[in-house]
Design a binder for this molecule. Structure first.
Ligand code: SAH
Ligand code: F3S
Length: 482
């Protein structure tokens, strides 16, 4: 691989890995969670060895791969619309183009995709990307190809991802795959299979490699990162069957965090997503101990009502969640906390909804992602519960908590006024070409005049103003972290 510096429209440098001599063009795009974006980088790496370099131009693509999301119906509709677009491009400009669907929709719909969408030539589930060369050979010979087998082992730990659309300083590193939690609304356990963890050695190698290539901020990724457990390979649920030796030398999430923090003491380390029932005090204490582990926890709760939490099969109560929040704030006083919330889960009453509101009032999250319930075929709630909250009620409840979150974000953002914070310069601000945009440890976006600084610098910024979600400041010099 050689690094090519590509000037994009804003004049920022993008570092893109391209392999010399590769003739075919791959257009790859991703929808949904960070894991999908990270998986696409693994796919790009596999395809680079098959003679493909990436392109941003659909009209010249030999192969289009779309990494899809099934989490809500709307996510699936978005992908269907993209398929219509590919269809039009193929018809009008690029008849040679082949189209493959990757990710969760591929896993959920399987051969149905080939029947329903004539444009699709290739269907590949999230654990089958190493089979892409074989599948592609089929497609090249004019046949449709499909592999949606889920794996007990696959973590892609041995593949070095091609970084796509990168700013050159932030990157994702995946550490677990699948989820065993079986929240009743969620399709992920069905599309991504059982939970398994990646060898810490390969994680550290990737982290070291990223540092050596100039990256300064990484996010360890998993559907449920706190459940990370390496005992030599195999499914998380089979840990009980491991040998005493394997158990004694196993690595859990707080150990992994510590190993990463020590391996690269200047690299900012983030992680996502935490499930409250699996986030241990150990992890919070490790975060407090290492200053390069960022003080932000994304801690989805979904609902503030104990009855709904139980219906959702979230294995904690509202009171236990508050205890966790109190512990985080006691051990890491300036830790940012963010949420995911679902309104309109089947049977949710006004009283249940008010419990969500009061939970939000208690926590006052820094930011959050809020959704109306979308019934997913095959899930426990989809099979056993009627989607009985009227659409208008769902929408009204959503608007109420979105408004409340905005108020809380504003309160939280204002707390930084007058303070000096370390910001990693990530890219040019969207609003002004004279300003940089970066994030604080707490994952809050901060914009400030460019001065003599460059992408990748850790800069101390004095916060002088803010909007509800963004800090505005002035630089006071380079941070000692450089
Ligand atoms: N643990 C995962 C969660 C993935 S889903 C992670 O890594 O983030 C992301 C969020 O989508 C969930 O936290 C939940 O708030 C929302 N979500 C999941 N299934 C949903 C559904 N059926 N309807 C509406 N929102 C849903
Ligand atoms: Fe989904 Fe719950 Fe796992 S939200 S990804 S089943 S933790």
């Amino acid at each position: 691989m050689e690094k090519i510096i590509d000037e994009n429209k804003q004049g920022q440098s993008l570092i893109i890995d391209q392999k010399k001599g590769n003739k075919r063009k791959l257009f790859i795009e991703s929808y949904g969670c960070a894991m999908n974006f990270s998986d696409s980088e693994i796919v790009a790496s596999i395809m680079a060895n098959q003679g493909f370099n990436t392109t941003n131009n659909l009209e010249e693509a030999d192969l289009v791969l779309v990494n899809t999301c099934s989490i809500r119906d709307k996510a699936e509709q978005t992908v269907r619309k993209r398929l219509e677009k590919y269809n039009a491009v193929k018809r009008d400009h690029n008849p040679k183009m082949k189209v493959g669907v990757l990710g969760c929709m591929a896993e959920r719909l399987k051969t149905k995709f080939l029947e329903e969408e004539k444009i699709v030539d290739l269907v590949v589930g999230p654990d089958a990307y190493k089979d892409l060369p074989n599948l592609l050979a089929e497609v090249d010979e004019g046949r449709d190809a499909i592999n949606v087998i889920l794996s007990k082992e696959e973590t892609y730990g041995d593949i070095s991802p091609v970084r796509l659309n990168t700013n050159g300083v932030t990157a994702f590193v995946s550490i677990t795959r699948g989820c065993d939690n079986m929240c009743t609304f969620c399709v992920v356990p069905f599309t991504r299979g059982r939970e398994r963890s990646r060898d810490p050695q390969s994680i550290i190698e990737e982290v070291n490699d990223l540092w050596n290539r100039g990256y300064k901020d990484i996010t360890l990724l998993g559907q449920n990162v706190d459940s990370y457990l390496w005992y030599g390979g195999g499914l998380k649920k089979d840990f009980e069957k491991a040998t005493e030796m394997q158990k004694a030398t196993s690595v859990n999430f707080s150990k992994l965090l510590e190993i990463c923090a020590k391996a690269q003491p200047k690299m900012r380390i983030r992680f996502s997503t935490s499930n409250p029932q699996d986030l241990t005090l150990d992890v919070i204490e490790t975060m407090a101990k290492y200053k390069n582990i960022c003080n932000h926890i994304h801690l989805p709760v979904q609902s503030g009502s104990n009855r709904i939490l139980k219906e959702m099969n979230r294995l904690h109560t509202r009171e236990e969640y508050f205890e966790l929040i109190d512990n985080i704030r006691r051990i890491i006083p300036n830790c940012a906390i963010s949420q995911d919330m679902i309104v309109g889960f089947p049977t949710e009453t006004e009283e249940d909804f008010q419990d969500t509101v009061s939970l939000m009032e208690y926590v006052k999250y820094n930011f959050g992602y809020m959704f109306t319930y979308s019934e997913r075929p095959g899930t426990m709630a989809g099979r056993n519960m009627k989607d009985d909250v009227p659409e208008e009620t769902k929408k009204r409840r959503l608007q109420d908590i979105v408004d409340l979150q905005r108020i809380h974000s504003e309160i939280k953002t204002k707390e930084w006024l007058g303070k000096t914070l370390e910001v990693l310069v990530e890219k040019q601000s969207k609003k002004s070409e004279n300003q940089w945009s970066g994030r604080t440890q707490q994952n809050i976006v901060c914009v400030f005049p460019k001065g003599q600084y460059k992408v990748g610098d850790f800069v101390n910024v004095k916060v002088t103003n803010c909007t509800s979600a963004t800090l505005i400041g002035e630089t006071v010099g380079l941070s000692e972290n450089n």
